[in-house]
Design a protein around this ligand. Structure first.
Ligand code: MN
Length: 712
């Protein structure tokens, strides 16, 4: 087991002013909390946090990171609480340890390639402090080093997750040493035969290959010298997993695989780079299409280099990278997304750019006297525009920031979207317009009869949800106007004792005359009110019928037009342009809760929600309605006033009503002589319930008035 003093010495060496005391205290606390726990290897548990802390010290991280490394499993595996940590170690360490703990709670099993990328991004988004990620990687590295103590199934599971998620993350952060070790270890457990085959083959030819490297280097150095090109020539081995992948990708046997070594020529200037390329191409025959100029056209992640493959001195393929010292430094520090370049993957430009500056930060760390300076600047939001959430079965989904449960529902399926009535986030109910946060688990609650509303368009952010909702509303609107159009026509025909057949050839002909493709389109247009009934059906009715009826028809038409102006005060959910009339039975006014009823032939009738007559109507014909905001039209409403039968009282009441700026359009009085009481019913015009309430309140104050109520 590594000793804490070794770690302290290491930190003190690269960071003489470090707060070693906090590392020491973290060690003592961790030792006490993990006391008695053992790892699968039989070692005391403490060995693990110590190894993790040591890896962090190898990465030359600050004292806070090393201390947090010692404590990284304390919240997860011991009785330590967030408050304990905060009291003893302060906000920074607590924040980091909580972050690592949060990540440990997720397991990302069997990840498809596409999922894997979302998960990687989610981890990055959740780790709002880069140190969380570095500790997580160190933790994973030590777990991989001790994977032999797990059961075989567990080994495969952990190794797969490492290969899919953590190795690419290490790579993105430019920590190539960790990336390679994670990959090679995972490779060993996931494909033991291939792993052993690769190692066996490499060791078999080791000596021969080293001679080959030396020979090629010598030639290159000599040639460059002849052209006065001052340079450094390196020949390096690729790591096992990348050699294996190369073999698979290129469909080659080991024996055919020459380019497991990459030569690198590092020069002083860009001009030198192109010159040395010329020298190489005149020396050895280049393989067509293998030349890449990333100096002239740098990758989005700032990687710059010239790449070429040539037929070498022994007839073998030789891969050569040419770059300046500056470019090499950037590539070494990780600005080159090795990940992309090696695996030929087209990357996400935006995240690459973000990682470029991140790596730049990591690089700059080495130039800072106090690593804390650097760490203070890395409270990061790597993906400010995205959120990552889980489905109930652990799949990760990516959304633009501000996405809601409705966006989530539509991302699963449009039917799920249409029927979503609510959502649970981490087990608790949230409104549909709730803004999802990274790391949350989302569950959609469905109701088979539920329908989308226009309102949803105000808060969804994904184009998928938006277009599906629009489409649904359009279809729904069409369905309603179609039914309405058909009913209007049927009614008109019935009046003439004729049978209306919308599928008849005559009707089809009329549809064509109006420029519609189908009879249905014409019916829908009638329903919408785009075409009047008269225009449409006069051509079908006998001439005599039309002449007789012309008067009433025109009257009716006028009424339609008048009615169409009135309903401006009402919004019908999901439907535009529909005929609306107010029910006489209950006289709804703005402010009342209301229900629409799709009548046969007369558009939508609006009732108060508590009107008795709607109890009997077909629920299928009910429609949701809203009052439009700021509507100022006057609506008739009946008010009943009981009062003592006194002379002049009627005038007092009328005066009270008129004072409120309201018209009385009708009044009826019933006097009960024996009780000396009178019952008056006024029909007045009001703009909304608020005005009505004011009038009722005023009437109640009139002398001799006993009771005032709106007639229901
Ligand atoms: Mn751990």
């Amino acid at each position: 087991m590594i000793r804490i003093n070794d770690i302290l010495d290491k930190v003190a060496f690269y960071h003489p002013e470090a707060d070693l005391d906090i590392i020491d205290r973290a060690y003592i606390y961790s030792a006490r909390m993990h006391d008695g726990q053992v790892r699968l290897s039989g070692e005391p548990y403490l060995a693990h946090p110590l190894e993790v802390a040591n890896l962090l010290a190898d990465m030359k991280l600050d004292a806070t990171s090393v201390a947090a490394g010692l404590l990284h499993d304390a919240l997860e595996d011991t009785r330590a609480t967030v408050e304990d940590l905060r009291t003893m170690f302060g906000e920074d360490i607590t924040h980091i340890v909580s972050g690592v703990t949060k990540l440990s709670r997720f397991s990302f099993k069997s990840s498809e390639e596409r999922q894997a990328e979302s998960i990687r991004k989610m981890i990055l988004a959740m780790a709002d402090d880069i140190r969380v990620l570095l500790i997580k990687l160190a933790d994973r590295l030590h777990n991989m080093r001790t994977l032999q103590f797990h059961k075989p199934e567990k080994q495969v599971e952990i190794a797969q997750e490492t290969l899919d998620i953590y190795a690419p993350l290490a790579n993105r952060l430019g920590i190539f040493r960790i990336k390679k070790e994670l990959e090679d270890t995972a490779f060993k457990y996931l494909m033991p035969d291939e792993y052993n085959g690769t190692i066996g083959w490499i060791t078999k030819n080791q000596e021969e290959r080293e001679k080959h490297i030396e020979a090629v280097r010598e030639i290159l150095k000599k040639k460059m010298g002849e052209h006065n090109l001052e340079c450094e020539v390196l020949g390096r081995h690729k790591h096992f997993y990348s050699i294996y992948k190369k073999m698979v990708n290129q469909g080659l046997d080991f024996e055919e695989l020459y380019d497991i070594i990459a030569f690198r020529i590092i020069l002083n200037t860009v001009k030198d780079c192109y010159e040395s390329l010329g020298v190489i191409h005149s020396l050895w025959k280049p393989i067509p299409k293998r030349f890449k100029d990333y100096i002239g056209m740098p990758k989005t992640n700032m990687y710059q280099s010239l790449h070429t493959t040539v037929i070498g001195p022994f007839g073998e393929r030789v891969e050569i990278q040419i770059r300046t010292h500056e470019m090499n430094k950037i590539a070494e520090e990780g600005i080159a997304a090795h990940w992309q370049y090696k695996e030929g993957r087209a990357g996400d430009e935006q995240s690459d750019r973000q990682f470029a500056w991140l790596r730049q930060l990591i690089k700059n760390q080495k130039n800072l006297k106090d690593p804390r300076e650097f760490m203070d600047t890395v409270r990061i939001d790597l993906f400010p525009d995205e959120v990552y959430v889980f489905t109930p079965n652990g799949e990760v989904k990516e959304f633009p920031k501000g996405a809601t449960p409705v966006d989530f529902a539509y991302s699963i399926h449009s039917e799920v979207g249409h029927r979503c009535t609510g959502a649970k986030v981490d087990g608790r109910m949230v409104p549909l317009k709730y803004k999802l946060q990274t790391g949350e688990q989302v569950e959609i609650i469905l109701s088979p009869r539920h329908k989308p509303t226009k309102d949803w368009l105000n808060f969804v952010v994904t184009s998928k949800a938006r277009s599906r909702i629009r489409q649904w509303i359009k279809t729904e609107e069409r369905g309603k106007s179609l039914a309405l159009g058909r009913e209007l026509c049927e009614k008109e025909f019935q009046k003439h004792r004729l049978h209306f057949n919308p599928k008849s050839e005559e009707f089809q002909k009329i549809a064509e005359e109006f420029g519609f493709k189908s009879n249905e389109d014409l019916l829908a247009a009638i329903g919408y009110g785009k075409i009047t009934l008269l225009q449409a059906v006069r051509k079908l009715l006998p001439k005599s019928a039309i002449q007789e009826e012309t008067e009433t028809f025109i009257d009716r038409l006028k009424k339609h037009i008048q009615k169409k102006k009135r309903p401006s005060g009402i919004l019908v959910r999901g439907v535009d342009n529909i005929l609306i009339r107010y029910a006489k039975c209950c006289n709804p006014i703005p402010g009342d809760e209301m229900v629409g009823y799709i009548t046969r032939g007369r558009g939508v009738t609006v009732h108060r929600a508590d009107c008795i007559s709607i109890l009997t109507i077909d629920p299928e014909r009910k429609i949701e309605l809203e009052w439009a905001e700021g509507t100022r039209e006057a609506h008739p409403v009946k008010v009943r006033v009981s009062c003592h039968n006194k002379i002049g009282l009627l005038a007092d009441i009328s005066a009270a009503i008129s004072k409120e700026g309201t018209n009385i359009t009708d009044v009826s009085v019933k006097a009960d002589t024996s009780a000396k009481q009178a019952e008056c019913t006024f029909t007045i015009e009001v703009v909304n319930t608020k005005q009505l309430d004011t009038i009722i309140r005023k009437l109640k104050k009139v002398k001799h008035v006993i009771h005032v109520a709106r007639q229901s």
